[in-house]
Design a protein around this ligand. Structure first.
Ligand code: NAD
Ligand code: ZN
Length: 260
């Protein structure tokens, strides 16, 4: 194990292939093939190979702002134009991207497993685009806007937006339908994710730093209830020591190898 400049423990390059090709991969594949109930939690890492930057990666900064300083109700109250400018930039970037083999592997896994639940922290809509039937979006969707005053909400795929910040017909500001830092998760969606974690026999965690709560608690809950936890990531995360099988490597390479 080596230390990256940020102090994150990184799996040595050389070991990635060997580790993903050995017993661990075969074990994980076997567990999944014999499971009736599988749940998957994805994070920004699964979309990295599609060209969507992660928050904590080297491309995570925008005009020297950290995502944590823009994706919050406080930032929006202070400067809605700035926050919308950032979302407009991210929407344009994502609009040009396509799902990758990692997203498609999860569509195939859904067909293979009798009871399958996909839980995502991603807001980019790439799981939908790949064909996943019902991704539980814990953190909302960048393509949905809602009014900050009335009940208006709608899908809006316009990029770039003609007016920043965009306004509702009622005159009030629109906001992205995203769960910002400090905001509560959509209750019904989180309940469904919680139930899937509680009943899963195998819980796969792919491309998440496992730092953002409460999403990060789902694999721990699954493990407590008896699930085998399989982690797919380029780096070691706080979840790695709690995982039964750690598969280091890019999600777009590793996830397709888990299919029957
Ligand atoms: P994160 O940025 O904190 O962590 C990304 C993780 O993915 C890291 O652990 C990294 O090692 C790993 N990773 C990077 N490339 C990978 C690859 N090719 N294969 C496997 N793993 C890879 O992301 P997070 O844990 O999802 O949490 C950040 C928050 O940011 C979430 O709330 C999410 O909603 C939001 N976010 C979403 C998007 C998106 O929708 N695509 C993008 C950036 C941030
Ligand atoms: Zn309104």
């Amino acid at each position: 194990m080596i230390l990256s400049p940020e102090g994150v423990r990184v799996f040595p390059e050389a070991s990635i292939e060997t580790m993903t090709n050995t017993d661990n991969l075969i074990r994980a594949k076997g567990l999944i093939a014999s499971a009736e109930r599988v749940a998957v939690l994805t994070g920004a890492g699964i979309s990295a190979e599609s060209g969507v930057p992660t928050f904590r990666g080297k491309d995570g900064l925008w005009k020297n702002y950290r995502a944590e300083d823009l994706a919050s109700p406080e930032a929006f109250r202070k400067d809605p134009g700035l926050v919308w400018e950032w979302y407009d930039w991210r929407r344009s970037l994502i609009a040009a991207r396509q799902p990758n083999p990692g997203h498609y592997a999860l569509v195939k896994l859904e067909e293979q497993v009798p009871a399958f639940t996909l839980i995502t922290q991603n807001v980019d809509g790439l799981h939908d685009l790949a064909g996943s039937s019902h991704p539980l979006k814990l953190h909302g969707d960048i393509w949905t806007v809602r009014c900050t005053r009335c009940t208006y909400t709608d899908i809006n795929r316009q990029t770039p937006l003609p007016e920043i910040p965009p306004r509702c017909d009622c005159g009030s500001l629109l906001r992205p339908d995203i769960i910002w830092f400090g905001e509560a998760l959509p209750e019904a969606t989180f309940r469904e994710a919680w139930q899937a974690a509680e009943s899963a026999e195998v819980f796969i965690v792919a491309g998440t730093s496992a730092l953002v709560q409460p999403a990060a608690s789902l694999p721990l809950l699954a493990a407590k209830k008896g699930a085998k936890v399989v982690e797919v990531n380029l780096e070691e995360t706080p979840l790695s020591p709690h995982s039964d099988i750690v598969l280091p490597g890019p999600a777009g390479d590793v996830l397709p190898q888990l299919l029957a």
